[in-house]
Design a protein around this ligand. Structure first.
Ligand code: GDP
Length: 464
């Protein structure tokens, strides 16, 4: 049984509990998704395709079940979305959790013979960057250094890595350890990782995951190390720079990576992985390839089988995984199925590459909060499928700069019918995205795209 399993099992006997992991790389849409999911269930939003949801009689938040996890700041996030200036909430920076309890009327033929039911859903929000640290559990500092330096020499990383690499060339791993040099190396290395994550580059595989998502540990010695160039068979002298870097790396793995996988990840039952496919498509072929690599890495965390690290460490647990392309409202509805198909192709490839077996997998395109509506605009006698919404203040398109108060209709571009055509980089710079302000509540709930289908896959079978 997985770590923590016995305790969970005992609580599960009293009332069934489902631990739902919500992850994705930074800006994928985790905070918005969780806030929208909670709001929809708490306010009884219209969710036609979430059939089981029609039987919910009461939904409420309960105190945190785990004392070692911060609470997901639902009320703060909602307050921002619904405030007079309607802004998006602050993104996920660390792991957090919230317990939602649903009471429901019994269903089915013999419904009258059964008591009503209760389901606790523990939603666990965590940065997807942390999943990409799984391979570090089995990598030495030397192996990680070699791999990271080699990757940074290839395009498009090479240019972005230049300032860090110039500093790296000045370091002698055998020289006495100097904290100032270590801090500088870690800073430049982190800046390189951050540059790879910019929207126009949009690379995804950038471990160690806590460097870009430090949680409360920014500036800690646990995050103050960087790769060094040294042949794999050399060993570091005592008191040397290399020895200090190696020790910090080992502490990072022992104190951050291991506990995350053993104490939190291992206890999840279901998982949704949010993916910002659109930004990667717009950034070009290298970004798409890197996204594929990241999803392969993420898939490896869920893989079960005889020679898998995950089976060995955690045993079987997660039985359903949903991969969801977020922000579908930035495209006209004619492209929603296409977006879903593009993600399906990426996920299928990742499944093959990660030799995945285990959980049931599904793919969706969704907008947890729909900030736009459909519009048709005629241009030169042609009717274009557009989207309309209020662009955030400061957004610019062509000659127009928006002030956050006017609605605008734009043609965002459309996705090709064949998914494979979208994946070769030809969409680079072709899609036009603006950041739109969150919408006004309609009848007390947020508009969405396919949130109901998403809930049906993740929760639908647990109401009996
Ligand atoms: P996180 O880093 O994964 O927690 O990402 P967030 O949930 O904070 O989302 C990042 C940004 O993406 C938000 O600030 C919004 O600008 C945008 N976003 C997220 N979800 C949606 C959505 O459903 N529709 C639209 N239009 N934008 C979204």
């Amino acid at each position: 049984m997985a770590v923590g399993g016995l305790k969970d099992f005992a609580t599960g006997l009293v009332n069934p509990t489902l631990r739902l992991g919500v992850t994705g790389l930074s800006r994928a849409g985790k905070t918005v998704f969780i806030t929208a999911l909670l709001h929809a269930l708490l306010k009884g939003a219209r969710l036609p395709l979430f059939e089981a949801g029609h039987h919910i009689t009461r939904a409420y938040l309960e105190p945190q079940p785990n004392d070692d996890l911060p609470r997901f700041a639902y009320e703060d996030h909602l307050a921002k979305l619904t405030s007079a200036d309607r802004s998006w909430p602050e993104s996920t920076k660390r792991i957090s959790q919230l317990r939602l309890t649903l009471e429901y009327a019994p269903r089915g033929l013999f419904a009258r013979n059964f008591k009503s039911g209760k389901l606790h859903i523990d939603i666990v929000d965590y940065p997807g960057e942390w999943l990409l640290d799984l391979p570090l559990l089995r990598m030495t500092y030397r192996q990680w250094s070699l791999e990271t330096v080699a990757a940074s020499s290839r395009k498009p990383r090479a240019g972005l890595a230049a300032p860090w690499q110039r500093h790296l060339a000045t370091l002698d791993p055998m020289a006495p350890a100097d904290e100032v040099e270590v801090v500088k190396a870690a800073d430049l290395f982190t800046q390189y990782l951050a540059a790879c994550r910019r929207d126009d580059v949009s690379l995804s595989t950038l471990p160690p995951g806590h460097f870009l998502m430090p949680g409360d540990l920014a500036g800690s010695p646990l995050l103050t190390f960087a790769p060094l160039a040294l042949a794999a068979d050399q060993s570091y002298a005592r008191g040397s720079l290399g020895e200090l870097m190696e020790r910090r790396y080992n502490s990072y793995v022992a104190k951050l990576v291991r506990p995350f996988f053993f104490d939190h990840f291992a206890r999840l039952d279901r998982q949704i992985v949010l993916v910002d496919v659109l930004t990667a498509l717009n950034a070009g072929a290298a970004a798409v390839q890197d996204l594929k690599n990241a999803l392969t890495g993420i898939m490896a965390c869920f893989r079960l089988g005889s020679n898998s690290l995950v089976s060995e460490l955690f045993g079987r647990r997660i039985d359903r995984i949903l991969f969801a392309a977020t922000k579908a409202d930035l495209l006209h509805q004619t492209s929603h199925d296409r977006l879903e198909n593009i993600l399906r192709v990426i996920v299928e490839e990742a499944c093959v590459r990660a030799e995945f077996s285990g959980a049931k997998i599904e793919v969706a395109a969704l907008a947890a909060i729909r900030a736009t509506r459909e519009a048709q605009v005629s241009q030169k006698g042609e009717s274009l499928p557009c989207i309309a919404g209020i662009p955030q203040a400061g957004e610019i398109m062509g000659e127009t700069s928006f002030d956050g108060s006017r609605e605008a209709a734009i043609f965002p571009g459309d996705l090709p019918e064949t998914a494979k055509l979208a994946l070769d980089g030809t969409l680079q710079g072709q899609l036009k995205f603006l950041r739109f302000r969150p919408p006004v509540l309609k009848e007390g709930t947020f508009p969405h795209i396919r949130l109901d289908r998403t809930l049906d896959f993740l929760l639908g079978d647990r109401f009996s």
